[in-house]
Design a protein around this ligand. Sequence first.
Ligand code: CU
Ligand code: ZN
Length: 173
Amino acid sequence: MLIKQVGIGMLSIALMAIGVQAETGVATIKGTDMNSLLKGTVTLMDTSAGLKVAAHLTGLPPGQHGFHIHEFGSCEDMGKAAGGHYNPENAMHGMVVKDGIMKAHAGDLGNIPAGTDGTATLEAVIPDVTLSGGKASVAGRAFIVHEKVDDFSQPVGNAGSRIGCGTIVITGK
Ligand code: CU
Ligand code: ZN
């Protein structure tokens, strides 16, 4: 009985520890053009490995589309108001999942691939990035979906116009 209670006590402490890290957020993606069919959600969660990102979009033109977190949380002016790629460490353009935030913009998620039905999903973990707090955080910034593929050229991947956008809000801790 005592062992059982100690076990439950330790379990609840462990759950509390996870709870401290598991801040969650969402970005609701919409087309920047009034007539666009593009929509979807990106859910975000802090994990010990970094910020977990899970995107699900529909209504995209088939093919690869540059997919980044941009600096500002505004989708005005066809997404231009979101500014440049979020880049807290003054790094070059790259692929943050592979290169980290010292060697790539923290918002550089590469591309999201859309199938012939216009549906796209992407899961990624961005190391050393959080939703809020810490030295690189993304709440209040915006996801941008681009017209074209991010070809990883400098300075920003040459991905063309901004066809989708959604600001990142915190949903819970
Ligand atoms: Cu972008
Ligand atoms: Zn970039």
